[in-house]
Each structure stands twice: as structure tokens, then as C-alpha cells.
Design a protein around this ligand. Sequence first.
Ligand SMILES: Cc1cc2nc3c(=O)[nH]c(=O)nc-3n(C[C@H](O)[C@H](O)[C@H](O)COP(=O)(O)OP(=O)(O)OC[C@H]3O[C@@H](n4cnc5c(N)ncnc54)[C@H](O)[C@@H]3O)c2cc1C
Length: 325
Amino acid sequence: MTTPSGQAAAFDALAIGTEIQRRIGVKTSRDEPLGRFTTIRLGGPADLFAVAHNAFELRKLVQFARSRGLAHTLLGRGSDVLIADAGIRGLVIQDRAEGIEIEGRTLVAEAGVPMARAATASQVAGLSGLEFGLAIPGTVGGAVWANAGAHDSTIAAVLARARVLAADGSEGQLTPAELGLDYRDSRLKHPGPAGIPEVVLGATFQLEPASAAEIKERLEEIKRWRQEHQPLGTPSAGSWFRNPLPDSAGALIDGAGLKGLRIGGVSVSEKHANFLVNDRKGSATDLRRLSDRVRAEVERRTGILLVEEVVYLGDWGDWQPEAAA
Ligand SMILES: Cc1cc2nc3c(=O)[nH]c(=O)nc-3n(C[C@H](O)[C@H](O)[C@H](O)COP(=O)(O)OP(=O)(O)OC[C@H]3O[C@@H](n4cnc5c(N)ncnc54)[C@H](O)[C@@H]3O)c2cc1C
């Protein structure tokens, strides 16, 4: 998430880091390598990096950056992003706000709670609805942003409301309709004309009671399915392209004979064609080139233009996508 203002030239990371520590009490680090904060394990450094441990710190860090016009980028678990090898200019805030509360049939989570933890916490409470979270290695905030979904469910199906810090600094509880949740989409992906993204601070899920055995069976089924179908254990960002409904991106890529296609240290997974994997310590540049190549080849063969589900973050310079031959 990057504000249009606050360019790198005016960015004094040392002074700003000192001010953040003094005003908000959050330590920062400079030139922090970001690859380890992503599931694809790629990407260069952040000029300045801070971890928010609760919603208060998250709110304060975002408000601080906005008030200074500082470029700032929010990271959850980095499971739906590709960060440029040149890194990210300005402040990167990693959301580790992981408070979680269950009352009756309601689960309230801060935005940094991993979806898998939301799934297991609701299991322990005998509540059903969030089992699909086990398949999503991201945070509640990232899942609301994406309207993440798996195994016939989505965030939209269980979300009662999300607490959102608006671009104007106000805070509100938004319903799924107000969030514009749609297939892997939400209004959070489309900042207004000022380009200041909204931030999810937390979410409230409405769940249904179910027997422990029923929930356990569902979780095990999800685990089995993933192990069978996804290249787990090899760094990836999950499904690389959106499904051009009613088609499946994986089927189109497979049909174009692109499984195993390699550029440098990255390749199209042999197990799941819509997973691009960092299997030999590649670079972000390799991966974006591979993505361009796959998109161009699928378009050439089928006329269908795939669109990335993953977002590119950071300093990509003047990237020129490969055109269909
Ligand atoms: C192996 C694997 C399997 C996957 N399977 C699925 C699947 O089955 N279904 C599915 O939908 N997705 C899947 N994904 C993709 C990914 O896990 C989800 O999109 C997830 O919701 C992203 O959350 P994150 O915290 O990692 O977000 P990040 O990747 O850290 O961030 C993604 C974007 O969200 C923004 N963001 C993050 N937190 C917030 C916040 N609090 N408020 C506002 N914006 C925010 C970031 O700025 C960034 O632009 C998979 C990924 C992997 C690696």
C-alpha cells in the first residue's frame, strides 16, 4: 500500500525511525530484507520496517505515515504479493496484531491473526464456518482485502463486519456489502482518487455451532486436499492468476503445455499449473518474467488474457510486460 506522495528522495529513514520509536514506541529497522516476510521468499529491502503488534500500533503507524505523506506499505503474511528485487521505498508495516476473542457464535480477530489460527480457534470453540481458513496462509486483514476463499466458502460468507480505518482517518464497521466483497475482490483493492488505501484493523465473523467431530473431519479433508493438489513446501504465493471464470487459470496454463516452464530459479509448478514456485532460489525479476511469459503464451493460444491475483509491490522501475507473440 503506497501513498502517491512522500517520494523516496525526501525520506530520511534514520530520523523517521527515531521519531516513530519516540512517538509510538515501536522499534524500526532500516534496509530490512523483506523476502523472509513473504511466502514466495523473494524481494529486496524496505527503507524502513516496523512491526505492529496490536491494532493500536497498526493504527498509529498508518496515521503517522499518512500525516507525513510518507510512502507506506502494509504487509500481512506476504502470501499474495511479489516484492521487487529493488525493495520497497518508504515505510513497510508488518501487521502482527494477533488478538482474538470468541463470544457465543462470534469470533472477533485483529487483522494480523493468521487465518489458520482463526480456523483452529473456532474449532476449539465448537464453531463452524472458518475451516477454509486453514487453506489460506495469510492474515484476516489480507483475507478481507482479497475476499479470500477456498473449499466452497469465502470471507463474504462468514464476515459480519470489518473494522476499517478510512482514508480520511475515520474508523467504521463495514458490512460485506459495504466492503464490496466479490470474487477475490473488495473495495480495499481500489483506493479512491487520493490513492490512500483503507486499512482493515479487525474483523467479526458470525459462525455456527457444530460438533467437534464434524469440524475436525472438515479440517482434515482440507489438509488432505491441499497436500494432494498443491506444491506445499516449495515457496509460492498460491494461485498466481485469477480464474477467468468460468475457465480455470490452471487448466489454461496446463493446456498450453507450460507446466515446468522455467526462468532462472523459478518455474511453473508441475503439480499445480497456476502455482509459480521459487524452487531454485530465483529472483523476483525471474518470477515476474515467468508470469509475463505464461500470460503471453496463454493469450497467444486461447485469446484469454490472464490477470494476476498476486500484487506487485515496491520499486519495479519501468517494467515492460512481455507481449503476446
Ligand atoms: C500456498 C498458498 C495457498 C493459498 N491458497 C489460497 C486460497 O485457497 N484462497 C485464497 O483466496 N487465497 C489463497 N492464497 C493467497 C493468500 O494467502 C490470500 O490472498 C491471503 O488472504 C493474503 O493475506 P496476507 O496477509 O498474506 O496478505 P499480504 O500478501 O501480506 O498482502 C496482500 C495485500 O493485502 C494488503 N493488506 C494486508 N493486510 C491488510 C489490512 N489489514 N488492511 C488492508 N490491506 C491489507 C497488502 O497491503 C497487500 O496489498 C494462498 C497463498 C499461498 C502461498
